[in-house]
Design a protein around this ligand. Structure first.
Ligand SMILES: [Zn+2]
Length: 428
């Protein structure tokens, strides 16, 4: 057999020397290392110990792979005896590159954390051949819960959103986030319910100096959020973001489309029924984003249903108001005109939205003053939706907090291609 070419590369682990390298039959690389540090700190009195006292059991820690091979570091931690304390207790030396309870080196755990971004535990467990429970341990070590305020940059906008955890049930958790002036979104909390008391208690737990910096609270249309924010962050402007508004008025129009499709499928002659196909996205998209083919499809659909055409036009008019209103007064005046057109149209698909508008019109109007807030609300809500679909059945708020933090913040904090930084809120 031809001679294999060999290379040597630095191990990049501090305070150790390599005693032995071996490759197992399974192709795993096992590096036996020993500590080069000759002292530790007494766990009882805190003094420096230099009197060796044997070793602990060997530990096998999974490390970053090399050329596709799984790598393990094998180490027998040194023990030291204290000559100062009465019964001379021993202390095991601990090195910085692994955690006491971990099965992996910190470097490898960091890689696992990056793999978990936008992914599932089951997926990563299978790809890396680690156990589900080991991954939970990694999450707990790297993403602490709750948030550690001192790790967050300054922010002036607070967002309160929500996700329904189970379909059909009104089982909502509230998601509180912060947006910095540079547009970064940081997760602050996932709250177990959306009652005012729960939300207010969390808002009150925000350090006072941080509370004072918050000038805008961007919230979904929900009594509990608004009243909690009014109570605790009285100095901030409350805004119902256009994203939340749009969700509601678009829902109503989507429902009308479904209803009309059902009717048309029965009433239209066979030959024209194809006109109803592939109309969902042409109908939902913004008109300026439609291709020629989509425009034709939309036109054929609307041609069969005057009611749907009226609803479509009113929906687009409303969107345009949110795009172009120059001030709160201008926005609210145009919304009032829009409302009259809805009344004349005879449509009922905007009724639910109008009810919300009656209740929250003033806060919706604040959007026209603080219109910059929209992108982050939409971005966060997209993440929430994706996370919910991916981690179906995940109902533990602490875990939701960790997973969402990772999705929002993971690359910024853990990517090896960026400047090394400490964990987000973790204690490692
Ligand atoms: Zn001691």
């Amino acid at each position: 057999m031809a001679q294999q070419p060999f290379i040597s590369i630095p191990l990049d682990i501090p305070d150790v020397r390599v005693l032995k390298t071996e490759i197992t039959k399974a192709g795993e690389l096992i590096l036996t290392v020993e500590s080069t540090l000759t002292s530790t700190t007494c766990r009882r009195c805190g003094r420096t110990l230099t009197e060796g006292h044997g070793h602990d059991e060997a530990r096998l820690l999974r490390h970053l792979p090399i050329l596709g091979r799984p790598v393990y570091l094998r180490i027998k931690p040194k023990r030291f005896r204290c000559p100062f304390c009465d019964d001379h207790p021993t202390t095991t030396q601990h090195l910085d590159w692994y955690d006491l309870k971990a099965l992996h080196t910190k470097a490898y755990e960091r890689q696992l954390i990056v793999l978990l971004i936008n992914s599932t535990l089951t997926d990563v467990a299978a790809k890396e051949d680690v156990t589900y429970d080991a991954l939970l341990g990694v999450l707990d070590r790297w993403i602490g819960h709750p948030v550690r305020w001192e790790t967050l940059p300054a922010f002036t906008t607070l967002g309160i959103d929500e996700i329904a955890l189970t379909k059909g049930h009104r089982n909502f958790v509230a998601v509180v986030s912060a947006r910095t002036s540079t547009g970064e979104v940081h997760l602050l909390a996932v709250l177990p319910d959306r009652r005012k008391a729960t939300v207010a208690a969390f808002l009150a737990s925000i350090p006072l100096a941080r509370q004072a910096q918050i000038d805008t609270v961007c919230t979904d249309m929900w009594e509990g959020y608004v009243r909690a924010a009014q109570e605790v962050l009285a100095h901030a402007t409350l805004v119902v973001d256009r994203f939340h508004v749009a969700q509601h008025y678009r829902d109503g129009v989507d429902a009308l489309r479904k209803q009309e499709l059902r009717r048309l499928r029965e009433e239209l002659p066979e030959a024209q029924r194809d006109d109803l196909k592939h109309t969902l996205w042409p109908f939902r998209k913004r008109p300026e984003d439609l291709s020629e083919l989509e425009e034709e499809r939309l036109e054929r659909l609307l041609g069969h249903s005057p009611a749907l055409r009226r609803a479509y036009r009113l929906r687009e008019e409303l969107t345009r108001i949110f795009d172009t209103a120059r001030s709160k007064a201008d926005g609210l005046r145009r919304l009032a005109f829009w409302r009259q057109r809805v009344a004349r149209s005879g449509l009922t698909c905007f009724d639910a939205f109008l009810k919300l508008f009656d209740r929250w019109g003033d806060l919706i109007g604040n959007y026209f003053v603080h219109r910059q807030s929209s992108g982050f609300v939409e971005g966060l809500n997209t993440k929430l939706k994706v996370l919910k679909r991916r981690c179906y059945g995940l109902t533990h708020v602490g875990r939701l907090f960790q997973r969402l933090t990772l999705d929002l913040d993971g690359y910024r904090h853990f990517s090896p291609w960026r400047t090394a930084q400490a964990s987000v809120h973790g204690n490692s």
